[in-house]
Ligand binder design. Structure first.
Ligand code: NAD
Length: 321
C-alpha cells in the first residue's frame, strides 16, 4: 500500500485535477454507479472532539474507501488545524488497503471544486460579479476555484467581522480582480454568482437580497441545524445538490423540507445536469441554488487522483502491509 503524507499534497494536485475528479464522481452518483454509505458523526466525550467517517464506492472508477476525522477544538493551541481528516482507499477487487492519504487540504480542494462544478453547469454565461459570503478557512479556496469558471470582473464579499475579509482581498489581488467589502444587500444586488461558506445556525442571506438570475453555491451547511440562506430563497430557487439524502437531512435544504416549503422531489442531483439527463438552468431570470453538502465520494475521488500523481512523481511512500 501507499502513504501520501499531508505535506506532499499541495505540490501534487491542481484545482483542475480536483475539479475533474469531483465532476466525474457527481456524474457517477447521478447515474447510480456510485453510492455514498451512511455518515457516522459522534461526539466522543474526549477533547470536545466530534469524530466520524464518510464512505462510499464508485463502480466506474473503482474508488472504495472512507474519510475519517472530525473537529478537535483545542488543536489550534497545539499548532494544529482544528479539522483533521485522513482518507483510506481500498482495492475494490480484494479489500486490501491501497492507500492512506492526508485529507486536510483535500477537503478544502474538493469542497471548492464542488462549488466550481455547480458554477460551470448552472451559472449564467454572462456572470461577471462574484459574491462570497464568509471569510473562514474555506473561503479563499472557494474564491480561487470559482473565479476560474467565468470571466469575473469584480469580487464583492461580506463577513460578520469585515476586518477578517483581508485574506480574501489578498487572494482577489493575486487574481487581478477588484475587491469590495459590502453589505449583504449590496452583495445580493450586485453578484451574479454567490458562494455562501459560513458556519451559522440561522439564515444569513435573505431572499430579498438576491436578484433574479443569480446562481448560489451554498457550501457551509453540512450538519443538522446549520443554515446559511432564508427558506424563502430556497423555495424561490431551482434546487440542485450533490446528494439528495444529505441535502434534506444535513444540507441547506433541510429547513425548507422540514417546514414543508419545498418537496424533496424539487431537488435534483447536479450529476444529472452533468450527464445531460436534466437541463439545469431553465431561464436567464431563474435563481439556481446548489446545496453542496460534501459527500465521501468526493474525498475518495480527489484522494485517488493524488495517489496516482504521487506514484507517478515517486513521492508516494510504499509500505508492505
Ligand atoms: P471557519 O470556522 O474557518 O469560518 C467560519 C466562517 O463562518 C467565518 O467566515 C465566520 O465569520 C462565519 N460565521 C460563523 N458564525 C456565523 C454566524 N452566526 N453568522 C454569520 N457568519 C458566521 O470555517 P470554514 O472551515 O471556513 O467552514 C465554513 C463552513 O463550511 C462550516 O460550516 C463547515 O462545516 C462547512 N464545510 C462544508 C463542507 C462541504 O463539503 N459542504 C466542507 C468543509 C467545510
Amino acid at each position: 500500500m501507499y502513504i501520501v503524507p499531508e505535506h506532499e499534497i499541495a505540490a501534487l494536485i491542481t484545482r483542475k485535477d480536483s475539479f475533474d475528479a469531483v465532476e466525474k464522481v457527481f456524474a457517477s452518483m447521478a447515474a447510480k454507479t456510485a453510492c455514498n454509505f451512511p455518515v457516522i458523526r459522534e461526539a466522543i466525550g474526549h477533547a470536545d472532539a466530534l469524530y466520524g467517517f464518510k464512505s462510499g464506492f464508485d463502480r466506474q472508477s473503482l474508488n472504495l474507501g472512507l474519510k475519517s476525522g472530525g473537529y478537535w477544538p483545542g488543536n489550534m493551541a497545539k499548532g494544529l488545524t482544528n479539522h483533521q481528516s485522513t482518507v483510506f482507499l481500498f482495492d475494490a477487487d480484494t479489500g486490501k488497503c491501497r492507500a492512506v492519504v492526508g485529507g486536510n487540504l483535500l477537503t478544502a480542494l474538493r469542497t471548492a471544486a464542488a462549488a466550481a462544478v455547480s458554477v460551470k453547469h448552472l451559472a449564467r454565461a454572462d456572470a461577471r460579479v462574484l459574491g462570497i459570503v464568509g471569510s473562514g478557512h474555506q473561503a479563499a479556496f472557494q474564491l480561487r476555484a470559482v473565479a476560474e469558471l467565468r470571466p469575473f470582473e469584480r469580487i464583492v464579499a461580506w463577513n460578520r467581522t469585515p476586518e477578517k475579509l483581508a485574506s480574501l482581498k489578498a487572494v482577489a489581488a493575486e487574481l487581478g480582480l477588484p475587491f469590495d467589502s459590502v453589505s449583504l444587500a449590496d452583495l445580493g444586488a450586485q453578484a451574479d454568482v454567490i458562494v455562501t461558506i459560513v458556519s451559522s445556525q440561522a439564515a444569513v442571506l435573505k431572499d430579498a437580497h438576491v436578484k433574479p438570475g443569480t446562481h448560489l453555491a451554498c457550501m457551509g451547511t453540512d450538519t443538522k441545524g446549520k443554515q446559511e440562506v432564508e427558506t424563502a430563497l430556497v423555495a424561490r430557487a431551482r434546487l440542485f445538490t450533490d446528494e439528495i439524502a444529505q441535502s434534506v437531512s444535513i444540507g441547506e435544504c433541510q429547513h425548507a423540507i422540514n417546514d414543508g416549503t419545498v418537496p424533496q422531489s424539487a431537488i435534483v442531483e447536479l450529476g444529472a445536469v452533468i450527464n445531460g439527463t436534466h437541463p439545469g438552468r431553465n431561464s436567464a431570470d431563474e435563481v439556481t441554488l446548489f446545496d453542496g453538502t460534501g459527500v465521501g465520494l468526493q474525498d475518495l475521488a480527489v484522494a485517488s487522483a493524488v495517489v496516482d500523481l504521487a506514484i507517478a512523481k515517486g513521492v508516494a511512500v510504499k509500505v508492505d502491509f
